[in-house]
Design a protein around this ligand. Sequence first.
Ligand code: ADP
Length: 259
Amino acid sequence: LIVLFSFLFILLSISASYYLSKKMMGPIVQSWNKQTEFVENASHELRTPLTVIQNKLELMLTSPQEKIMNKFEHIALSLSETRRLSKLTSDLLTLARADSAETQLEKKDIEIDSFIEKVSLPYQEIAESQEKAFQMELQSQLIIKADEVRLHQLLVILLDNALKYTEEGDRILLKSYRSSHDLIIDVIDSGQGIKEENLHLVFERFYREDKARSRETGGTGLGLSIARWIIHAHAGTITAFRNDPKGTVFRVTLPAEGK
Ligand code: ADP
């Protein structure tokens, strides 16, 4: 009987420790896998422009006597890949700091409507030069506590995308308004839109619906994941849905803290 009880006891201990280790180690293993995936993706993204630059430089070295003007195409491409690399490294740094909770928000009172107007001014000019309609309906009349640099970064990401994923003749509409105790900012465009089944994926790191198009426009696939981090750090939400009849709506909701 003692042997039987000891055996049962050992069996119970083994299954309990197996269950506990799985439950406790699960999230650690999961986050480790995510980290590995992030590093793998980042390395791949960094390697691609580096390969292009290396090839172009090697090609130019094969004919050193040729005039610089004849090498214009190689130089221009290398330069645009260098810009991509620079954007990529700064985006990666932002996310790495966000992951390690190193970044502290420096909140101050921001008069939201005039802030949005100021940030979007250059985008309005670019839109006009690209024959796109740019409209603003800024009606929140709110002052909110937020980190100015981060809020600026968020708007730039959304406006950049609105310009990147629209064509001549399309429309971009920027709205701010209140909904009970929240501030809502909508960035609406009538561009190519995002497939319904992919809407929830666009906030994932490195996700792009169309890799070629994103690369062409200098995208890194990290903008919206940075936007999501900024908004979560401000205790808000960000969602994407389809615009009617075409295009995309990005909706940011921020607590207005009763101000
Ligand atoms: P990227 O640098 O590729 O623009 P983002 O993280 O900003 O990276 O966006 C992820 C993907 O979401 C884009 O590659 C694109 O497929 C899609 N996307 C983002 N904004 C828009 C938009 N306004 N219209 C259509 N697609 C968009």
